[in-house]
Design a protein around this ligand. Structure first.
Ligand SMILES: Cc1ncc(COP(=O)(O)O)c(C=O)c1O
Length: 278
């Protein structure tokens, strides 16, 4: 992974953010910074071909972006209230998450921190191009349903950290639709290449086009685009469908015009993470 060097506009952005020092903990606390963040999210969504009626956040890193998607999936797909009752609520079943053996280590942390346990992860084998084997994925989901478990999330990767492999996103999206699973894409490394599709470039793998079908996507606008957008602090974005599929993590109402960030992230107060930089 090659990261960009510091950019003058990024330095100015961070100087401004540090001087004003807004707390991105909610629209009421920092309305201007919040609106800048919301607009930045819409621009990023537009660039990568994601529906612009999504919600999203700028966060401190790839792990954090993926954690938000992971939690949103649990909220949306568990058939009982995990937030209130924990993993053993009434009618609870063993939650199952599916991902390839090439996935970044953040998924171990997520399964650990959010109480599922690492053994809840089904490691799906990869083909010779190190992409998730979708036949194996489907077979494993089917097997788990028959065993009484609750398959709820597929984590696919657009640009694996080791080799840059892109999972077959359109095929995985179709399987998620068929079994009603949340479809998360970790595009922290390669997701921004989807912007080339919007430019009509033929060199982009067909597999990336499925990014627009994801329920949540983690992207890194700086390393992914190789643009000199940042000063030194990485900032990533999590994009989430919130109109077609509501994915509120905390019980606070989120409106797209007046975003209330604590309702869709794990943080309460947040710094701006270069939100002024783009
Ligand atoms: C695909 C992918 N996901 C997640 C991460 C984790 O990002 P961070 O180290 O910023 O938390 C990385 C970082 O290399 C990555 O390449």
């Amino acid at each position: 992974m090659i990261t960009s060097s510091a950019a003058p506009i990024g330095a100015l952005g961070d100087l401004l953010a540090a001087s004003v020092n807004p707390n991105l903990g909610g629209w009421l606390l920092a309305p201007v910074a919040t609106e800048i963040e919301a607009q930045t999210i819409r621009w990023i969504a537009e660039l990568v071909g994601y529906p612009t009626d999504c919600g999203g956040l700028l966060v401190s890193g790839g792990n954090m972006a993926n954690f938000v998607g992971f939690l949103a999936a649990r909220k949306a797909k568990a058939t009982w209230d995990v937030r209130a009752a924990g993993l053993l609520g009434q009618g609870a079943r063993r939650l199952r998450v599916y991902t390839s053996s090439e996935t970044h280590t953040w998924i171990h942390n997520a399964a650990d921190m959010f109480g599922l346990g690492i053994e809840a992860i089904r490691w799906i084998p990869v083909d010779e191009q190190l992409r998730m084997d979708t036949t194996a994925l489907k077979n494993q989901i089917q097997e788990d349903i028959e065993a009484g478990d609750l398959p709820y999330l597929v984590v696919s990767t657009a640009g694996t950290v080791s080799t840059g492999a892109v999972d077959p996103l359109p095929d995985i999206a179709a399987i998620c639709r068929e079994y009603d699973l949340w479809f998360h894409v970790d595009g922290a490394y390669g997701g921004f290449a989807a912007a080339l599709i919007n430019d009509g470039k033929e060199t982009v793998p067909r597999d990336l086009k499925g990014i627009s079908e994801a329920d949540s996507v983690a992207v890194d606008p700086t390393s992914g685009s190789m643009r000199r957008w940042r000063l030194g602090v990485p900032w990533y974005a999590i994009l989430k469908r919130c109109v077609r599929r509501s994915a509120i993590i905390l019980p606070i109402t989120t409106s797209l015009t007046r975003p209330n960030q604590p309702s869709i992230t794990t943080n309460t107060g947040r710094r701006t993470h270069g939100a002024f930089a783009p």
